[in-house]
Design a protein around this ligand. Structure first.
Ligand code: GRG
Length: 297
């Protein structure tokens, strides 16, 4: 991969989001110190940062201001990290390993992990509500509302509720798609839209990007199902094979591994098609689509 290729771009943007998060998270010497330490433990120094990368790549389409993109990328990552911390709790997936290190409730305790999730979620909205984030207050309100919907009971939290209630059940392909579009897809879709909304964009272009975001949101989870079945724990940095162990319906259990790979290939094609009218400005989004499919963790 050349210096101007995706690898170098991703590393630069991953460093950028790390620095932006570092700045925006409360310092450990500020009270309550243990909570702030746990928030930083959960958030800093790990993860692929796919949602921030999508914010940055989508912002390239609308020539958005870098400071707005940094803040919006942080908001998306904070919501994502909150969901991981809560998902790992004993009352949910009960996991001990995340991003290659002990989960927050293992390293700290259950109550702290619960509060870390709560505080990261509210920090995300505090950042999005900052005065002058974008130069149009009405657009900023739309962004806040969009992230709230994507995170709530009609989005990620609702998808998680469906996921928990589907354990041990045989569900239809339509039900699985609905669950995945909400649990994982909603936030990824939101990253694409909010990145673009940091700049100005026509409604038809926004609609095409929304179609793209919805498609890669589902694609991300189809690939996650495949990796959970095919990759090992060391590579993933989280416990592999959990879906089968927990008797969870996935695209691999529903369709079989070979068909799940075919579906991922079809969704990749659909995602590229949604970007057809964007030209060179969408090149990073195209490359990230391929990264989502071809990743090994
Ligand atoms: C608790 C409200 C609430 C929601 C939880 C996202 C989620 C909903 C649970 C996470 C469980 C899980 C493994 C979902 C599958 C897809 C997914 C979001 C994987 C983790 O995201 P990555 O691969 O993780 O982007 P990194 O660590 O790279 O950021």
């Amino acid at each position: 991969m050349s210096e101007h290729g995706l690898g170098a771009w991703m590393r630069a943007r991953q460093n950028q989001i790390e620095a932006a998060l570092e700045q925006r998270l409360p310092a450990v010497h500020i009270a309550p110190q243990r909570l702030h330490e746990a928030m930083r433990y959960a958030t800093l120094g790990g993860g692929k940062r796919v949602r921030p990368l999508l914010v940055f790549a989508s912002g390239e389409i609308t020539n958005a201001a870098p400071t707005a993109l940094d803040t919006v990328a942080c908001a998306l990552e904070l919501i994502h990290v909150y969901s991981l911390v809560h998902d790992d709790l004993p009352c949910m997936d009960d996991d001990t390993l995340r991003r290659g290190k002990p989960t927050v409730h293992v390293e700290f305790d259950d109550a702290t992990a619960l509060l870390v999730g709560d505080a990261l979620q509210t920090l995300a909205f505090q950042l999005l509500a900052e005065a002058g984030l974008v130069n149009d207050a009405a657009r900023q309100l739309i962004m806040i509302e969009h992230l709230a919907r994507a995170s709530g009971s009609r989005g990620m939290a609702g998808g998680q509720a469906l996921d928990l209630s589907a354990v041990g059940l045989q569900i239809s392909r339509a039900e699985l798609e609905f669950m995945h579009l909400h649990k994982t897809g909603a936030l990824i879709r939101s990253a694409v839209l909010l990145g673009a909304l940091c700049g100005e964009i026509d409604p038809p272009q926004l609609e095409a990007l929304d179609r793209f975001g919805k498609t890669i949101g589902l694609l991300f989870q189809v690939v996650d199902d495949i990796l959970d079945a095919e990759a090992d724990t060391a590579t993933l940095g989280k416990t592999a094979g959990k879906d089968a162990a927990h008797n969870k319906p996935t695209y691999v259990t529903l369709l079989g591994a070979a068909e799940a790979h075919v579906l991922a290939a079809e969704l990749r094609t659909q995602a590229h098609a949604a970007l057809a009218d964007f030209g060179a400005s969408a090149q990073r989004l195209r490359e990230l689509t391929d990264f989502i499919v071809d990743r090994s963790f």
